[in-house]
Design a binder for this molecule. Structure first.
Ligand SMILES: Cc1cc2nc3c(=O)[nH]c(=O)nc-3n(C[C@H](O)[C@H](O)[C@H](O)COP(=O)(O)O)c2cc1C
Length: 158
């Protein structure tokens, strides 16, 4: 089965999860990037405001061609209980109709379910088929043993 992983990551944790997932599943990986560069406290405050209000950020051009892929993984950090604005934009702008999709989130404290639910709602609205989801707490302990943590969390999809 040919799989593709899309992810957005501000601080590198979702990137690490996507890379571990890529190694485990043999998938190609594509990073989703914003035009705006987020930095420091103002970047954090803006991220909070935008996530809370369900904003979509402007994305840098990316390869959205999903031809030939049976399955697509899409990953986001949880921001204020929501997907990151880049992922909201990605889900609204990419043609996902008929694709089998697995979503994942990284988060620290609160539950990832509301963010995953929001991602799922957009995907379904746009005709994608949700095959499943998983989330990874980006604690120091998990990050130090990430390959194994991802293997267990994503076991059903490998
Ligand atoms: C603006 C902002 C809001 C966040 N909100 C939450 C949250 O509501 N719940 C949570 O568990 N973690 C929250 N976090 C922590 C991130 O979800 C977590 O550190 C994630 O793994 C970061 O991914 P990244 O390194 O790929 O950017 C937030 C982080 C940022 C920057």
């Amino acid at each position: 089965m040919k799989s593709l992983i899309f992810y957005y990551s501000w601080l590198g944790k979702t990137k690490s999860v996507a890379e571990a997932l890529g190694r485990l599943s043999g998938s190609e990986i594509r990073r989703v990037e914003e035009v705006e560069i987020r930095r420091g406290i103002s970047g954090f405050l803006m991220a909070t405001f935008q996530a809370l209000n369900g904003f979509q950020s402007e994305l840098r051009p990316y390869n959205s061609d999903l031809t030939g892929y049976d399955r697509v993984f899409i990953g986001s950090p949880v921001w204020c209980g929501n997907p990151a604005p880049a992922v909201t934009a990605f889900l609204r702008e990419t043609e996902l109709k008929g694709k089998k999709i697995i979503i994942f989130c990284t988060h620290v404290t609160s539950k990832s379910l509301p963010a995953l639910q929001k991602m799922e709602n957009i995907i379904k609205e746009r005709g994608g088929q949700i095959q499943g989801s998983f989330s990874i707490r980006s604690t120091r302990k998990n990050l130090s043993n990430l390959q194994e943590v991802v293997r267990i969390a994503a076991e059903k999809y490998l």
